[in-house]
Structure formats: structure tokens, C-alpha cells
Design a protein around this ligand. Structure first.
Ligand code: FES
Length: 590
């Protein structure tokens, strides 16, 4: 990894920086000076019932909360913000809650990914435009974590991430249900006629039975763990189930800690070194994390000035086996992971492969945070000598179909399909695919390769999670449960199967995927990290010459801005103008 981040380690930097004084606080410019504008600021605080002892000489802590009525994953964050405030007050800070876009994964269409950068901008500008000295970032549902973290990195003031935590295990007739994964599984059983409508209704009522994020190793659990692995959350925070009383205590502890972080000036730039990102990627691999994390971690690193690319994920995936025995790659759920010792126990198991000197928001190094840790349930968190899977969680493939790469999750695929060559059935878009897979006369065998176009960052738009293409109904009835599927979209971390995703460049902008036709042959070798479309260069050039670029998706508004500035999957799908260098000045106060 080429690094343009801070050269000194966080620990060294922490020791060298002296503590701030009250006059050094950002908020002092709003509240501490004696002019007409500061009179206005103070009188408006008094309007809300606050007084000089509330803010005088104290760090103002902005609690960015992604709670909303429509986000079940964050249903508890309204109450948890009060726990954070309790901690801030205990430590001598002044807490102010700032609501932000909630990005409820199941409800936001066409995809929350369309709005991740929107949340990142909102978080950054909320912090910049208000008298805030330090930030508590409250999120967890998939895109909220990278959105909040990207914004906080760009703003650059001290920030601590408070993960929402996973929901409790699902239950149906005594059987444990996992978010997403078991919905896909039982949907196929319903399509095959193996379960009734009444049974399906019971599953609907039992699969999500508490607030909190998806409790399999989906994107939410992955990103919460990665962010703790980076050093941006308190040790162990990401594994605590949302309804557990320990979660409320963690929130209060984060409130206390951010106040000290402000005095210490412990900013993201001092925590997010290239070594911290390597640690986070190792955690990702050992967790068997979601493929979506690759896009988000690349984006977060680039915000931190670190030129991370997908190759680094592939290198680390070859070194780090999967240790967390969590669905969809394994057997258990996040609640079990917590009882097994949580992320601290997993990182303890990985300790010899981590950089233990990286500083974290706790003010301690990774090594110091892991002291006194152990694994309590060995079937759930396995050892390096006895992993769940020796192949890494994600593999990055390249070839003439994906010159800038594509990804797959080998442990979640049928092994037969990890080295496979088969004839293509190509779908031009989601609706085309959705119609065709239900046809009983579709000419398809388990060896076919299903290809979906126009599911990428611009084409989806927003790179929706369509990458786990449904197995054609005819094959589902015959008992087939996995096939090789390729798209420029993403898939939910709760999904599984031989799905090749994030093909870059995407078809909508004229990537080679646009020229694939039914009847072509595609060959994949996951071990060799290769993907090849068996069509000659001459024929591909002829197809490219005949290709017509599709019309723009949006005539105006945010969508038009998104389409004009979004990067491809291998670049982290950030906006070009958010990656531009240069420091934004503090707002003038007149
Ligand atoms: Fe929110 Fe899965 S839907 S984490």
C-alpha cells in the first residue's frame, strides 16, 4: 500500500502533542469571544435553556445520529444518544445532537449506495458549519458507517464511532434464522413449493425480532468490525448486541472518551495510518466479511490520503484465513460471536499478524487494547491453526472481462464453481433478468453462467445489491442452489453463492461486460484470480463499435450530480470533487 498519510505512528504523535486549552477549541470562535455575533450564539443557546456553565470552556461534542422512524437497525439510537450525552457531561463536555440522513438499507431505493456520499457530505458539513470540537458518529446499518467515517475523516476533528450493534438471533419454530441469508434460502424453498404461505409468514415475523443491525456477517457487521479494527471505535464496541445493557454503557464510555480526545487533539489523521488500514483489512478477512467492504475501505483510505487499491485486499486475503464461524460463510450469528469474546477475541487470535503499535480512539495501542482477552467459544472463533476456511474471505479477479478487477467471496460459493467454464445467458438489465429467470422454458443448465449488465455505479444507478442473481425457477425446482453469476453490481453481505461482483469498468460506461452476449463462454479460476471471456479481441472491438451509450439516467438533481462525479467500484465509488486535495478553511464568522 502506498501511503500519503501521516508518517509518525499515532502513539508517537499522541505523546508529542500537548493538550489543548479552552481558547484553542473551535467552539471558542462561536461562544468564547465578546462580539455581536457571539452574543447571538449565546443568546440562542440560552433560548434553549442552556447557560454559561453548560458550555463555558468546554468541548462541544456533536453527536451525529442516524436514527429515524424508518430505520429498524437504528431504532435504539434515539435512546442511546442520551447515554452518549450522559458520558459527555460526566467528562465535562457539552453534547449537542445533530440528526443526519438515516439510510435504512431495506427501504431506500434504488439503493442506499446512491446516498452514501450524500451522508458523507452531510456529516462533514454538519461538523464544519457548527461550533463542534469533537464528533460521536452513531450508525451501523450498511452505508451509514462508511458515510459517517468518510465525512469525519475529511472534516478532520477528533471523532469516535459508536456502532449500533447487531440485533438478536432470529427464530422460527425453534430454528435460528439469520438476516437476509435465511430469507434468500427460504424464498427458494417457497419458489420450489417446499414451504407454505403460512410458514413463510411465520418466518417474516421471526427473522428480525429486536432493533439492531443484521446479525449475520453482512455489510453492517463487517463495517462495524472494520471501523473498530481501524481504531475508530472503543475496543469491543462493534460486537455488542444492540439490546444488551453493555451497549448503553459503551455509548456512555464513548461520550466520556470523546471529550478527552478533543483535549488530546486525537484526530482521525493521527489514527488512520497505512498500518491501521492493513489491520482493518486483516480483520475483514478473518471475519469472512462482506464484499461491499472493499469499496468502502478503499473510499475511506483515499479520504485519509492513503492510496489503497483492491490488490492489497487480494494480497492480505492470501495471508489471513477466515476465523469467525459466522453465516453466510459459517454457522453462527453475531450474538454468538459476542458471547465468544467478540472482536477483541478475534483480534487477539490474529495478534501475531496485526500491527499492535497502532493508536486507537481509546488512547491506547491495539496491543494494549487486547490485554486480558481470550476466546470463550472455540467453535465460533477459530484459531489460525484450525480456521473456518483457508481461502481468504474475498478474491480479486482480473481478465479481459474485468480489466480493473472484480471480486468474489470463495468461502460462500459452491466449490465446484470456483474453477468453471460455461455458456453465458446475458441479461441487459434487472427487469430483463427478473422476467427470464421465472420462465419454465428457459434453456438453462447448472453449468450456465448468468450475466447481469447495467447494475453498476452509474448504470444501476447506485450499484444496487442485485449481484446474487436468482437461480432460474426451473433449476430451483430441480434442487440447484448455486450457479456462477457475474455482474457490475454489488451483493448484500448476507448473500452467498458463486457471485462475481463489482466488474470494473461497468457496462453502462462501455466496460467489456456491455459486449457479452448469450452463447459466449466465460471461464473463471478463483485460485488463479482469473476471469476470461472467450471472445476474440477482433469480435469484441466490432461489438464495441456497434455499441450505443445509454441515455443519462437523470435530467436534474442529486442523481445528475451523482452520475457526473461518481467513481468506479475499484476507486471506492467516491465523488471526484470530494477526493480533491487541499484544506477547506474554517468558516468565517461575521
Ligand atoms: Fe440495516 Fe441490514 S438492513 S444492517
Amino acid at each position: 500500500m502506498a501511503g500519503a498519510g501521516p508518517a509518525m505512528t499515532g502513539a508517537e504523535g499522541s505523546k508529542m502533542n500537548s493538550r489543548k486549552k479552552p481558547d484553542d477549541l473551535r467552539s471558542h470562535r462561536w461562544l468564547g469571544v465578546n462580539d455581536l455575533r457571539s452574543f447571538g450564539h449565546r443568546s440562542r443557546l440560552r433560548q434553549m435553556g442552556f447557560d454559561q456553565p453548560d458550555w463555558g470552556g468546554k468541548p462541544v461534542i456533536g453527536i451525529i445520529n442516524t436514527w429515524s422512524d424508518i430505520n429498524a437497525c437504528h431504532g435504539h439510537l434515539r435512546a442511546r444518544a442520551e447515554d452518549v450525552k450522559r458520558g459527555v457531561l460526566q467528562a465535562g463536555g457539552f453534547p449537542l445532537e445533530l440528526p443526519a440522513m438515516s439510510l435504512a438499507e431495506p427501504f431506500v431505493k434504488p439503493s442506499t449506495m446512491l446516498y452514501r456520499n450524500f451522508l458523507a457530505m452531510e456529516a462533514e458539513e454538519l461538523l464544519r458549519s457548527h461550533p463542534i470540537d469533537g464528533a460521536v458518529l452513531m450508525g451501523g446499518c450498511d452505508k451509514t458507517t462508511p458515510g459517517l467515517v468518510m465525512g469525519a475523516i475529511s472534516m478532520g476533528i477528533p471523532a469516535i464511532y459508536v456502532p449500533a450493534g447487531p440485533m438478536l438471533r432470529g427464530n422460527w419454530r425453534g430454528e435460528t434464522l439469520g438476516s437476509g441469508s435465511d430469507a434468500w434460502k427460504y424464498w427458494d424453498e417457497k419458489r420450489a413449493g417446499n414451504i407454505t404461505d403460512d410458514e413463510w409468514g411465520e418466518i417474516e415475523g421471526g427473522i428480525s425480532r429486536s432493533f439492531g443491525t443484521c446479525m449475520v456477517m453482512g455489510t453492517a457487521a463487517t463495517m462495524m468490525a472494520i471501523t473498530e479494527g481501524l481504531g475508530l471505535a472503543l475496543p469491543g464496541a462493534s460486537s455488542i448486541p444492540a439490546p444488551d445493557a453493555n451497549h448503553a454503557r459503551m455509548c456512555a464510555a464513548a461520550g466520556r472518551r470523546i471529550v478527552d480526545m478533543v483535549w488530546e487533539d486525537l484526530t482521525p489523521a493521527r489514527i488512520l495510518t497505512p498500518a491501521a488500514f492493513d489491520n482493518a483489512i486483516r480483520v475483514h478477512m478473518a471475519m469472512g466479511g462482506s464484499t461491499n467492504a472493499i469499496i468502502h475501505v478503499v473510499a475511506m483510505a483515499r479520504r485519509a490520503g492513503i492510496a489503497l487499491d483492491m490488490k492489497r485486499f487480494d494480497q492480505i486475503s492470501r495471508e489471513i484465513p477466515v476465523l469467525a464461524n459466522i453465516r453466510p460463510s459459517g454457522k453462527y450469528l453475531m450474538e454468538d460471536f459476542y458471547y465468544a469474546g467478540g472482536l477483541r477475541a478475534l483480534m487477539f487470535e490474529l495478534a501475531e499478524r496485526l500491527d499492535l503499535s497502532c493508536i486507537t480512539v481509546s488512547g491506547q495501542t491495539v496491543g494494549e487494547n487486547l490485554r486480558g482477552t481470550q476466546v470463550h467459544l472455540r467453535p465460533v472463533i477459530r484459531s489460525l491453526d484450525d480456521p473456518v476456511s483457508t481461502s481468504g474471505a474475498t478474491a480479486v479477479l482480473t481478465g479481459n472481462l474485468a480489466p480493473r478487477g472484480c471480486v468474489m467471496k470463495p468461502p460462500a460459493a459452491d466449490k465446484r464453481l470456483l474453477k468453471h467454464r460455461g455458456p453465458v445467458i446475458a441479461f441487459e438489465d434487472y427487469n430483463h433478468m427478473a422476467r427470464e429467470v421465472e420462465r419454465d422454458d428457459l434453456e438453462v443448465t447448472p453449468d450456465h453462467v448468468l450475466v447481469l449488465k447495467n447494475a453498476g455505479p452509474k448504470g444501476g444507478p447506485g450499484m444496487p445489491e442485485w449481484g446474487m442473481l436468482p437461480i432460474p425457477r426451473k433449476l430451483v425446482k430441480a434442487g440447484v442452489r448455486d450457479m456462477l453469476r457475474i455482474s457490475d453490481g454489488r451483493m448484500s453481505g448476507t448473500s452467498y453463492g458463486a457471485c462475481i461482483l463489482h466488474v470494473a469498468p461497468e457496462s453502462y460506461v462501455g466496460g467489456p461486460l456491455a459486449f457479452v452476449q448469450t452463447g459466449d463462454e466465460i471461464e473463471v479460476d478463483a485460485e488463479a484470480r482469473r476471469i476470461h471471456l472467450h471472445v476474440s479481441d477482433e469480435e469484441l472491438a466490432a461489438r464495441r463499435a456497434r455499441w450505443q451509450p445509454p441515455p443519462p439516467r437523470y435530467p436534474r438533481g442529486y442523481g445528475a450530480m451523482f452520475s457526473a462525479h461518481i467513481g468506479q467500484a475499484d476507486e471506492g465509488c467516491d465523488f471526484d470533487y470530494l477526493l480533491a486535495g487541499g484544506k477547506i478553511p474554517e468558516p468565517e464568522i461575521h
